[in-house]
Write a protein that binds this ligand. Structure first.
Ligand SMILES: [Zn+2]
Ligand SMILES: [Zn+2]
Ligand SMILES: [Zn+2]
Ligand SMILES: [Zn+2]
Ligand SMILES: [Zn+2]
Ligand SMILES: [Zn+2]
Length: 365
């Protein structure tokens, strides 16, 4: 807190009739003052009139008038920080205003985050403090998660599987939790999920012209089941594409496929946006398998699937999901996606398709 040195001063001009004065000049206009005239004396100087006296005095830093003719009480003026003000009114006007109530502030509290802001009182300052998004408490310090502010206590509460915000209440058998607003939207119903899955497949065909004749069985599974399928439990994994091919080998060592089984597993409890993203990703693996069977390197397989699903996210107007692809906790996925973004930078899907064709040709059988 800073204190302003404030001096309330009074001009003390002396008014004389000039009988005692030998002829002299006005310090302002140089007019001769004769013994018949009255004059003003101030700090050893004499002035012929109030007007000349006022002109000689410093000007008010607020209104620009001489401090001898401002609005204040006769002769009263303010001198502070090397500045003159003709009156208290003008001085108050020169003060900064409280960022909350608009009153002029002398001293006051400075905002530590935003130094340009000043408050007249503790009360005004407190109204600017953020409230915890969960419990509503006024906070001096806080934890920010995805731009939302929480008090220390609330920030430590279990987080929602979908929005990552703390304070998720509902817990499922596999240990995941959702906040109420996310839970209301998550894809939990098997029949609804099947419908969404089928629609994603149709959209891939109509929007990107990508389809396969494969019969794919869709399964919605919880995190425990998905973990068993993948051989590890990791909440970052949300889908799984599986093919099971049976074939016979003839005398010429040629393979003949006798049966092909395809399964796609998607984690339950995803937001509709994430469900569609994962469905498009896993279906892209099927397209990969059908058209580029020899392309099996992780960068190509995952990069292609991320690229195709990213195009679909744009089509569905859920581009935000693509930002999370770049931030994928599994670094190889993020790197593979970036690699394919670069491939498709100019030629789009066509360029990516040609790249995959090239890889399929050169890959060893
Ligand atoms: Zn004069
Ligand atoms: Zn003034
Ligand atoms: Zn205030
Ligand atoms: Zn709180
Ligand atoms: Zn949530
Ligand atoms: Zn994948």
């Amino acid at each position: 807190m800073k204190r302003t040195l404030l001096l309330l001063l009074v001009l003390l001009p002396l008014l004389w009739s000039s009988s005692a004065l030998a002829d002299s000049q006005c310090a302002q206009c140089r007019k001769w003052i004769t013994s018949k005239d009255s004059y003003i004396e101030h700090e050893g100087k004499i002035y012929c009139s109030q007007k000349c006296f006022a002109r000689a005095m410093p000007k008010c830093a607020a209104c620009g008038k001489s401090i001898a003719e401002g609005k204040g009480l006769a002769g009263g003026y303010v001198y502070t920080k090397d500045k003159y003000y003709c009156s208290d009114e003008c001085f108050q006007k020169s003060l900064p205003l409280c960022a909350v109530c608009g009153k002029s502030v002398q001293g006051g509290l400075r905002d530590q985050q935003d130094k340009s802001k000043l408050y007249c009182s503790q009360e005004c300052y407190r109204t600017t403090l953020p409230k915890c998004a969960l419990c509503g408490a006024v906070m001096q310090s806080w934890t920010e998660i995805e731009g939302v502010k929480f008090c220390g206590q609330c920030a430590r509460l279990p987080e929602c599987f979908n929005c990552q915000m703390p304070g998720a209440g509902r817990e499922s058998r596999d240990g995941r939790r959702w906040c109420d607003s996310c839970l209301a939207l998550t894809v939990m119903d098997q029949a609804e999920a099947q419908k969404m899955f089928d629609q994603v497949r149709l959209d891939l065909k109509s929007h990107l012209g990508l389809s396969t004749p494969d019969t794919i069985a869709f399964h919605m599974v919880d995190a425990d089941s998905l973990g068993r399928l993948l051989g590890h439990k990791n909440f970052a994994e949300r889908g799984f594409y599986k093919y099971n091919v049976q074939y016979t080998v003839n005398k010429k060592k040629q393979k003949k496929v006798t049966r092909e089984l395809f399964d796609i597993y998607i984690l339950s409890g995803l937001s509709p946006e994430n469900f569609r993203d994962v469905a498009a990703h896993e279906l892209a693996h099927d397209i990969n398998y059908r058209y580029f069977p020899r392309v099996q390197g992780q960068r190509e397989v995952e990069g292609f699937a991320e690229y195709v699903s990213a195009l679909m996210n744009q089509y569905w107007g859920q581009d935000k999901v693509n930002d999370t692809k770049l931030r994928n906790q599994q670094k190889e996925y993020a790197e593979a996606y970036k690699y394919f973004l670069k491939l498709g930078e100019k030629g789009g899907l066509k360029a990516v398709w040609e790249y995959m064709e090239g890889k399929n040709k050169t890959a060893s059988k």
